[in-house]
Design a binder for this molecule. Sequence first.
Ligand SMILES: Nc1ncnc2c1ncn2[C@@H]1O[C@H](COP(=O)(O)OP(=O)(O)OP(=O)(O)O)[C@@H](O)[C@H]1O
Length: 263
Amino acid sequence: MSTLTVENVTKTYGDVTALEDVSFEIEDEFVVLLGESGAGKSTLLRCINGLTEPTTGTVTLDGEPLAGSRPSVGMIFQQHNLVEGVSAYLNALTGSLERTSLLESIFQWHDRADKRRALEALETVGLLDEAHQRVSQMSGGQQQRVGIARALVQDPSLVLADEPVASLDPGSAEDVMGYLKKAATVHEVTALVSLHQVNIAAHFGERFIGLRDGQLLFDVQQGELTPALIDELYGDVETVGLAEYLARDSDEPPTQQRRRVEA
Ligand SMILES: Nc1ncnc2c1ncn2[C@@H]1O[C@H](COP(=O)(O)OP(=O)(O)OP(=O)(O)O)[C@@H](O)[C@H]1O
């Protein structure tokens, strides 16, 4: 059980207010962060994982300030930042680097527990049979699953993902999100995932936090995400099939993403 608490976080860059007085608490949930480009999603995730400091406000995990190198926070990026020339297994194993000295890692002296954890993580994301395949020979979706495995090997209590499926086709995006959700469930980690594909978000999210112009517009549970809220978040865009999906008139997640409403 891990609780992430974001309290009154404001972040400014010169004249730009990227986040304004954002507060919420997450405990053992799979939470999706929604918002238009520039709404502040990346800034919020960066404030949580320590890549940037809030101008004011605090971020704590289980009551402790999130400081230092934060091995308790696993991060998954849109670009997976994998070492392409080596195997999925070795990439997953680098997730244990926080616990391994530089010398140990250079000589790949990982202990057996790390090695087992890497294989277990690859199994969680359905890549055990491909463990020794080079990442450069894998599809974008498979590479992103290796990125998820690497985050799991870190043994985090919180996983943050910044647009993890933005560069994938809709089928692969669904696939990767399915594995990410499974990983969070199996490893009992709290997850905060930013997405711009509303339909995928609606399919996988247990709770939804909407940011607009750096402010928290809504914080709702599954079943409370309505087309009206989405309209408020995105303004001039329409989501094809989303209304039917949210109303559960259709079991099929909408395949098309948002489209601009013609003027
Ligand atoms: N390092 C920075 N310096 C100056 N301004 C920044 C910096 N990082 C972000 N911003 C600004 O802060 C605001 C929020 O940006 P952020 O990247 O957090 O939004 P986002 O919702 O993640 O958008 P996207 O989906 O396009 O990544 C934007 O106006 C952006 O231009």
